[in-house]
Design a protein around this ligand. Structure first.
Ligand code: NAI
Length: 485
């Protein structure tokens, strides 16, 4: 029998679940179709949340092993209990995914487990995730509005054979049963650097192969270069300008030594010319982190007349409406940065626009954070973007080395950089490499949301001694007025 709702959301990641909750708050009768048994999508189950649990845990291990003596804390033998570290991660994931279940109950949101597919006229069918002879007949749902929030998956390229054995994605790298002797990471983006850091801290040799001549494409080049130096000092080996042309699982040369039956073989070429990149690398694990691709297969897009763009994304207008009446899309399946918080903003804007007439996302003020140690965070324009757009800017920069709190923490690497319009002083971009950069960037985002000038930030009283004083000092630096440098 067909069930009727005001809204059907397909996908329960940060885009979909937030849209469902907000719509329920505004009085809609909401259904959510999700194929996984746990809610929360990639972010909560196999992305942001478990990676942060492992980053935190591995950093503590590393600190206990190498970083406490300077504080006068003597620790005896430090051992890694990887299963315990993994259960910490699993508990964190469970608490988060169960939390969403609770919020769904509170909002009286009806949940359907299975694969949702558009079949036209406001209808969605839900097929059991395990398709087969015995699977129950598909359920049929109907609603005035349908929201696609199906997210993304690891991008694949020919030649790189992901089989989940020695060659895997972040999903496998979040659950290795022992630190790989040698881990090769393909791609120096956020995923590669975060998970590369985790396993490096836990004892693996980590080699990062990157096509471009720099790490973290999209981030400010100067900050990325400084981050690369710090990460290299921590033990990550970078091979830039290197294109991976093949990676595949092979039988381990000495299984009893490797402790596992498989290894991987990686072949590279130089990025710019088809010159062989030297001897193939034989390693224990390969983490493929070369970007993500939208999840749009078997969604019935062709049935309702939606054509994806050349990158597989769903085109939408400023109200997140697709070309099919009553069908909307948000998050990683549409254009823009593939970030959980971007999807959440779009979710709220999309739903509120239906019911209040307002709803807007400021794409110029979406922060990006890479949770390495130290963290790397940015919002707004990079220097390269401003130069490319011929926008005259002034720059203020302040090192954590000159910040009292950072010295007390023994975390003095990195800097804050503020870029302000040369004519109006309006803040155009803020880039931070340093301790808790991911938290510090929030002040910069709020300042930009309010259209602040560097002078506004410079004249705002910051508590002393805090890491946040570096922002004030960098803002003072825009006009050459920093006090502590
Ligand atoms: P990415 O797009 O950030 O970086 C991928 C890197 O792989 C690029 O530098 C690219 O040049 C390189 N690459 C591509 N093909 C290659 C090849 N054949 N050989 C060598 N290098 C190659 O992708 P990533 O790290 O997989 O992240 C995917 C998405 O998830 C991104 O949009 C990212 O922003 C998001 N994400 C964000 C996180 C955060 O905010 N902390 C954490 C994890 C993911």
């Amino acid at each position: 029998m067909e069930q009727s709702f005001d809204l059907i959301v397909i996908g329960a990641g940060p885009g979909g679940y937030v849209a469902a909750i907000r719509a329920a708050q505004l009085g809609l009768k909401v259904a959510v179709v999700e194929k996984e048994s746990a809610l929360g999508g990639t972010c909560l189950r196999i992305g942001c949340i478990p990676s942060k649990a492992l980053l935190e845990a591995s950093e503590r291990y590393h600190q206990a092993k190498h970083g406490m003596a300077r504080f006068g804390v003597k620790i005896g033998a430090v051992d890694l209990d990887l299963p315990a570290m993994m259960s910490h991660k699993d508990m964190v994931v469970k608490a988060n995914t169960k939390g969403i279940e609770g919020l769904f109950k509170k909002g009286k949101i009806t949940r359907f487990q299975g694969h949702g597919k558009l079949v036209g006229n406001g209808r969605v069918t839900v097929t059991s995730a395990r398709t087969g002879e015995s699977s129950p007949a598909p359920e049929s749902l109907k609603a005035e509005r349908i929201l696609i929030a199906t997210g993304s998956k690891t991008a694949m390229v020919p030649g790189i054979e992901v089989d989940g054995l020695a060659v895997g994605t972040s999903t496998e790298a979040l659950s290795y049963t022992q630190p790989p002797g040698h881990l090769v990471v393909i791609g120096a983006g956020a995923i590669g650097l975060e998970l590369g850091s985790v396993w490096s801290r836990l004892g693996s040799r980590v080699t990062v192969l990157e096509f471009l001549d720099r790490i973290l494409p999209g981030m400010d080049r100067e900050i990325a270069a400084e981050a690369q130096k710090i990460l290299a000092k921590q033990g990550l080996e970078f091979r830039l300008g290197t294109r991976v042309k093949s990676a595949r699982t092979i039988a381990a040369s000495a299984p009893e030594q490797a402790g596992v039956g498989t290894q991987a073989r990686v072949e590279t070429t130089q990025a710019r010319v088809e010159i062989e990149g030297g001897e193939p690398i034989v390693c224990d694990k390969v983490l493929v982190a070369i970007g993500r691709a939208p999840n749009t297969e078997n969604l019935g897009l062709e049935i309702v007349g939606i054509q994806t763009d050349p990158r597989g994304r769903i085109p939408v207008d400023s109200a997140f409406a697709t070309s099919a009446p009553g069908v909307y899309a948000i998050g990683d399946v549409i254009a823009g940065p593939m970030l959980a918080h971007k999807a959440e903003e779009e979710a709220v804007a999309c739903v509120e626009r239906w019911l209040t007439g307002y709803g807007h996302v400021n794409y110029d003020a979406i922060p990006g954070v890479v949770y390495t140690h130290p963290e790397i965070a940015s919002v707004g324009k990079t220097e390269e973007e401003l130069q490319a757009a011929s926008i005259a800017y002034k720059k203020g920069s302040f090192p954590f080395l000159a910040n009292g709190r950072a010295r007390a923490l023994a975390e003095t690497e990195g800097r804050v950089k503020i870029l302000a319009d040369a004519a109006t002083d309006r803040i155009l971009g803020v880039h931070i490499l340093g301790p808790r950069a991911g938290d510090l960037i929030a002040e910069a985002v709020a300042a930009m949301e309010f259209g602040a000038s560097s002078e506004d930030l410079a004249r705002t009283c910051h508590a002393h001694p805090t890491l946040a004083e570096t922002l004030k000092e960098a803002a003072l630096g825009v006009h050459g007025r920093s006090i502590h440098i």
